[in-house]
Structures are given as structure tokens and as C-alpha cells.
Design a protein around this ligand. Structure first.
Ligand code: HEM
Length: 187
């Protein structure tokens, strides 16, 4: 499968999700207050996934390991930096989910669950400062939107690769010929 241009993907996903440098700075600053309570976000996430028959079967045999990985990822999400390395790492996380055949909508659903917990957490931490709570939540929403876009890019790449495999099998065309034609017709 073709490796994406992670710098280009980062710029695109940051613009679309409105994850600006100012929002990233707001989130990184707030991470000092949020880190001690991050376990709540992970616990809520897996409690919901365990409660739904559609998601439970994917996680029940490795719950503790998944909680650890998820917590570690959340720390990175809020502590930054959201750079090319983070973009590449999120693409790989997307790929891990593709490989275990997780339906694509699990990514959007999962991100919704995380933002839901962030709303409760952040409004509680900054109960006396609604303007700050709003700014931090705008930042978490953007950071999560960014991560979702990058993970879904893996799903898209894998589905294109599958289509190509089918095309080659049906037509009997060799991969070399296909690559040569694709190169010749590049715009
Ligand atoms: C949408 C937000 C999600 C994030 C940010 C996330 C994050 C992660 C991370 C960081 C890993 C470790 C990747 C690695 O090994 O390098 C992982 C693995 C995994 N996740 Fe998620 N995850 C999400 C949603 C879900 C959902 C909704 C499910 C299932 C209901 C799920 C099931 C799994 C499983 C089964 C693995 C382990 C795959 C394996 O190693 O065989 N994830 N996830």
C-alpha cells in the first residue's frame, strides 16, 4: 500500500478540524489539570464499549491491555505536539483497527465517546471559568477531529487497495503494468 505524505495529511487535517496552534497551546496548558483525571475518560470509554453487543466482542479478551494503551494515547493527545510524528502514529493506529476488521463507524463513535467525557471533565475542572472551559473544549474537539480524520485515512487507503486487488484479479493485468500506466497518466 502506498505510504501517504504525512506532512500534507497533517496540514490538511489540521485545517479541516480547525486544530490551530493557538488551540494546541490551550490544550497543552490545560493538560496539567486534566492529566490526573484522564483515567475517568478511559474508564467511561470502555464501560460504554462493554455495554454494547456490537463493540463488546472486539475488546473483552484484552481489556486491561487496551485500557493501558488508550490512556497512553490520551496523554499524548492532550500533551502534544501534534506534528508529523503524531500524524504518522495516528495513521498506524487507524491501520491497526483496519487489520482487526473494526467497522469504520467505530472510529467516529469512539471519538464521540471521548469528547463526551471531556465535556464532563473540563466543565468540572474549570467550573469557575466558563470561558476557559469553552476554549479547552474547542481544543479537545479539534484535536479529536484531527485524530479521527487521520485514522479514517487508513480505512480509505485500505479500501482503495482492496479495489485495486479486485481490478487486477478481474482483468488479469500485472501490477507492474498497472504501475507503469498509472505513472504515465499522472497529472
Ligand atoms: C476512536 C477512538 C479510538 C482510539 C483513539 C483508539 C486507540 C487505540 C490505540 C492507540 C491502539 C493501539 C495501537 C497499536 O497497537 O499500535 C488501539 C488498539 C486497539 N483498539 Fe482502539 N481506539 C479507538 C477505538 C476503538 C474501538 C471503538 C474499539 C472496539 C470496539 C477498539 C478496539 C481496539 C482493539 C481490539 C485494538 C488492538 C488491536 C490489536 O493489537 O490486535 N478501538 N486502539
Amino acid at each position: 500500500m502506498k505510504t501517504p505524505d504525512f506532512n500534507k495529511l497533517m496540514i490538511y487535517a489540521r485545517a479541516f478540524s480547525k486544530y490551530t496552534p493557538e488551540r494546541e497551546a490551550t490544550l497543552v496548558e490545560a493538560s496539567r489539570d486534566m492529566l490526573p483525571r484522564l483515567a475517568e475518560v478511559t474508564e467511561n470509554f470502555y464501560a460504554t464499549l462493554q455495554s454494547m453487543p456490537e463493540t463488546r466482542s472486539y475488546i473483552e479478551d484484552r481489556l486491561d491491555a487496551l485500557k493501558g494503551t488508550h490512556h497512553h494515547w490520551l496523554e499524548g493527545l492532550i500533551s502534544g505536539p501534534c506534528d508529523v510524528n503524531y500524524t504518522e502514529a495516528m495513521y498506524k493506529v487507524g491501520d491497526v483497527h483496519v487489520k482487526v476488521n473494526l467497522p469504520v463507524e467505530f472510529m467516529a463513535g469512539g471519538i464521540c465517546l471521548i469528547q463526551d467525557s471531556f465535556i464532563a471533565l473540563v466543565t468540572d475542572i474549570y467550573a469557575d471559568d466558563p470561558a476557559r472551559a469553552r476554549a479547552v473544549l474547542e481544543a479537545t474537539n479539534a484535536a479529536l477531529g484531527f485524530s479521527l480524520m487521520v485514522m479514517q485515512e487508513s480505512y480509505q487507503a485500505s479500501s482503495l487497495a482492496e479495489e485495486l486487488e479486485k481490478f487486477l484479479a478481474i482483468t488479469g493485468m500485472s501490477r507492474t503494468l498497472f504501475n507503469n500506466l498509472a505513472e504515465a497518466y499522472k497529472t
